[in-house]
Design a protein around this ligand. Structure first.
Ligand SMILES: [Zn+2]
Length: 287
């Protein structure tokens, strides 16, 4: 799986939507569509995306906002209207509650929309709200589910994705999942993604592109052919003979932080971006 990001297409989406919706929401729309174009990521139409920004109300007051995919909207054909805005400050306060049933949660979401005519926000909205990251992507990636749905799945996920991804045991979707994800995020400082066992994968980043490409790279790390060929039989991230390709599969923390995840291909049979600079040697890049 390769990144479908195109500077030209991104610029075209910003040109089309930027004046009315702003550049961040335009790019959020663009990378949501890129995720939706990957059947292997959005099984059964699942997955949702968000971006945090500022909403200015009729009084001219600037309010922290969460724009999250609406329930029932397809990522592949998403329009900016499919990312309703909510009062982020209020939503974050909800984390202090011990419990909130699905009906009450849906009511809280609807009453804290900035526009009463908006589509209904995803039932996973609070997961996005409770994370501090700017752009957040969530999918039901087939490869991740293939690992996490097995007996011993947590170990398999850790071997495939390494220490940079947090792993959360199964939690029923809803308010408790949102709280559990926030707790796991805080307990795994510096992690760049999180697998929810028997559910899916979440990634994030400072830009729409960074969050999207971390998702693509996580899916690709699972499928890395060099890892499968590793002769040592040792777990992936413990194997030096495998590590160069592994390093290419996941961009560095610094690259994710700065949004610079694009580079060059590192694996002949499964090209993907490399976080190393273009001057990296062939050996270092796994060739
Ligand atoms: Zn989900």
């Amino acid at each position: 799986m390769r990144s479908r990001w195109s500077d030209e297409e991104a610029a075209a989406v910003v040109a089309r939507y930027g004046a009315r919706w702003g550049e961040e929401l335009a790019l959020r729309t663009y990378t949501s569509r890129l995720l939706g174009a990957e059947d292997r990521l959005v099984l059964h139409g699942g997955g949702n995306t968000s971006v945090k920004g500022i909403f200015t109300n009729r009084l001219g007051e600037a309010i922290a906002a969460l724009y999250v995919k609406a329930s029932g909207h397809d990522l592949a054909t998403l329009e900016p209207e499919g990312l309703p805005g909510l009062d982020l400050g209020y939503l974050r306060k909800l984390r202090a509650l011990e419990a909130l049933d699905d009906e009450a949660m849906a009511g809280e979401l609807r009453t804290h929309l900035f526009d009463a005519r908006s589509a209904t926000p995803s039932l996973e909205t609070l997961v996005h709200a409770f994370l501090p990251e700017k752009f957040v992507d969530h999918t039901h990636a087939d490869a991740i589910l293939a690992l996490s749905n097995q007996i011993g799945g947590e170990r398999l996920v850790r071997e495939a994705l390494g220490d940079d991804v947090a792993v959360l045991g199964y939690v029923r979707p809803g308010f408790q999942l949102a709280r559990a994800v926030a707790d796991a995020y805080e307990a795994n400082a510096g992690c760049r993604g999180m697998v929810w066992m028997r559910h899916g994968l979440m990634t994030w980043g400072p830009t729409a592109r960074a969050s999207y490409e971390t998702m693509i790279d996580a899916r690709a790390a699972y499928a890395c052919p060099r890892r499968r060929r590793c002769p040592s039989g040792r777990p992936s991230h413990a194997c030096d003979r495998w590590r160069p390709c592994c390093a290419a599969a996941w961009p560095s923390r610094a690259a994710t932080r700065t949004g610079r995840t694009a580079g060059r291909s590192c694996c002949r049979s499964s090209p993907r971006r490399c976080w190393r600079s273009s001057t990296a040697t062939g050996a270092a890049s796994g060739r």
